[in-house]
Design a protein around this ligand. Structure first.
Ligand SMILES: *Cc1c(COP(=O)(O)O)cnc(C)c1O
Length: 227
């Protein structure tokens, strides 16, 4: 068995155990394999082991891989410049990094041309970090309204990346705040269905699931360290 296969088996087990600890159905957690800077041949090994969703940060790199592997699902998890939305609309199945109205409107325009409806997540800057993109927590509700005005965007979730900390327990409070944000939106009627919560990476996905993540984005734990 390849090491990628082994890693996937072990990650799936850990996902299941975290879900059980939280009293949740392990089947309700979606694994997105983050494949930035990983070659297509290695993605094939992951596909062989049952992975069917990949996350990419860099547009040009992603376009090449998607052309080679069109039958799996592709999440865009990188920063968005509004002049790149045409390529994003054409290439991806889900965009997780909508962080401002301008980007939502630009993507809407491209999707309308394609006649394609895209599930999108709003990226929240939950740690209020200057260097990070994402809408601030108190501005999420307005961005929800902006996205709802775009008929080709289907608001499907929230996404966040807490401040980097090697101790996964340091992320717990941020994950909890994200869950609170999503629950509030539902309770206030800003959204009519529960939102996906895309949070948790290689170092902290177990904590994220314990706190309500429904989507985890895992790269290095699956493919090894990126160079
Ligand atoms: C790179 C990246 C990941 C995966 O990080 P790992 O620590 O390698 O699991 C997840 N989400 C985003 C937005 C990323 O850029």
């Amino acid at each position: 068995m390849t090491s990628i296969k082994n890693q996937i088996i072990s990650i799936r087990e850990r996902i299941a155990r975290s879900a059980e600890r939280a009293g949740r159905d392990p089947g309700s957690i979606t694994l997105v394999a983050v494949s930035k800077r990983v070659e297509a041949s290695r993605l094939l090994e992951a596909i062989d082991a049952g992975v069917y969703l990949f996350g990419e940060n860099y547009l040009q790199e992603a376009v090449e891989k998607v052309a080679l592997l069109p039958k799996v699902g592709w999440h865009f998890i990188g920063g968005i410049q509004s002049n790149k939305t045409k390529l994003i609309a054409e290439t991806f199945d889900v965009v997780e990094t909508i962080d401002r109205r301008k980007v939502a409107v630009a993507l809407e325009k491209q999707l309308e041309i394609l006649g394609k409806v895209m599930p999108v997540y709003l990226q929240v800057n939950i740690g209020r970090e200057i260097q990070k993109s994402g809408v601030l927590p108190e501005q999420v509700e307005q961005l929800v309204v902006d996205v709802m005005q775009c008929p080709h965007l289907h608001l499907a979730g929230l996404m966040a990346m807490p401040p980097y900390n090697p101790n996964p327990e340091a992320s717990r409070e941020y994950f909890r705040q994200m869950k609170g944000l999503a629950d509030d939106l539902l309770q206030r009627g800003s959204v009519v269905h529960p939102l996906e919560l895309s949070m948790g990476m290689s170092g902290d996905y177990e904590v994220a699931i314990e706190e309500g993540a429904t989507v985890v984005r895992i790269g290095s734990a699956l493919f090894g360290d990126r160079n």
